[in-house]
Design a binder for this molecule. Structure first.
Ligand code: HPA
Length: 267
């Protein structure tokens, strides 16, 4: 459906194979230290996407050369809690599909549920819990998005996760629970999510991953644990603290993303 948007992007987006798509929190474009920025498109110029309404999420679509590979990067994302549609939330995935992207890395900030996790830790997603009641594939079946009832047995690709782990130093693996937000969870919800097996909770990633998996992409996802989830720490939760912690972790995550891209096998 976004074929026309993809076709209207600067020619260079279609001028060679794209090794990987990245969906990153804000500020990442700057943190990444690419070899070159090949193109830069503000979200305001992406028809149907809209500008982020969240503090700390400046948005632009970048085409980067990173460690010798061409990478498409959504720097800043839309969230369901902003009131936008799931089509907007998953717009980056659909646009990347139209550009022929087959490998996707998604990053996010999350609250830690696993007692072993500390703020600043990183977690590779092994699976997720979507308890939100929403699914980006709802609606008329679109054959270009795969079967009507797509398999979600292995959303996050083990080989890609191993590449992240090899690049990552101290890094956890775990299950991410999607919470719509924008309110943080209550302590009772946090206890329930822990009982259900989740290791971290956040307000993004899952809609994007579900669509990407349905479309046959290979996916890896990485959480930066920015705070103990509600009731597990000493203080109430604040967005400013989440931003500060993710800013601190950004250089390490940026290095990890670059090493991950460098290690991707040439196709
Ligand atoms: N809950 C949900 N989303 C989050 C959190 C949290 O504790 N921290 C960062 N994003």
């Amino acid at each position: 459906m976004l074929e026309a948007v993809a076709a209207a992007l600067p020619e260079i987006f279609r001028a060679g194979e794209i090794a990987c798509g990245l969906i990153l929190g804000s500020g990442w474009g700057e943190a990444l230290a690419p070899d070159a920025v090949l193109a830069r498109v503000p979200y305001a110029e992406l028809s149907g996407y809209g500008e982020s309404t969240v503090v700390g999420h400046r948005g632009e679509l970048l085409l980067l050369e990173l460690r010798g590979k061409r990478v498409v990067c959504f720097s800043g994302r839309r969230h369901y809690y902003e009131g936008c549609s799931l089509e907007q939330v998953t717009y980056p995935v659909e646009l990347m599909r139209c550009l022929g992207v087959q490998t996707l890395l998604i990053t996010n900030a999350a609250g830690g549920l696993n007692p072993a996790f500390r703020p600043g830790d990183l977690m590779i997603l092994t699976d997720h819990l979507n308890l939100s009641g929403v699914n980006p594939l709802r609606g008329a079946h679109r054959p270009e998005w795969g079967p009507r009832f797509p398999d979600m047995t292995q959303v996050y690709d083990p080989e890609l996760s191993a590449l992240l782990e090899a690049a990552g130093g101290r890094i956890h693996r775990g299950i991410y629970a999607f919470s719509v937000g924008p309110s943080y969870e209550t302590p009772a919800e946090v206890r329930a999510l822990r009982l259900l097996g989740a290791d971290a909770v956040g307000m993004s990633t899952v809609p994007e991953a579900v669509l990407a998996k349905a479309c046959g992409m290979r996916i890896a996802a990485l959480s930066c644990i920015t705070n103990p989830a509600a009731g597990l720490g000493q203080t109430p939760l604040q967005h400013q603290e989440v931003l500060a912690e993710s800013a601190q972790a950004r250089p390490r995550m940026a290095r990890l993303v670059a090493d991950f891209v460098a290690a991707l096998p040439q196709r």
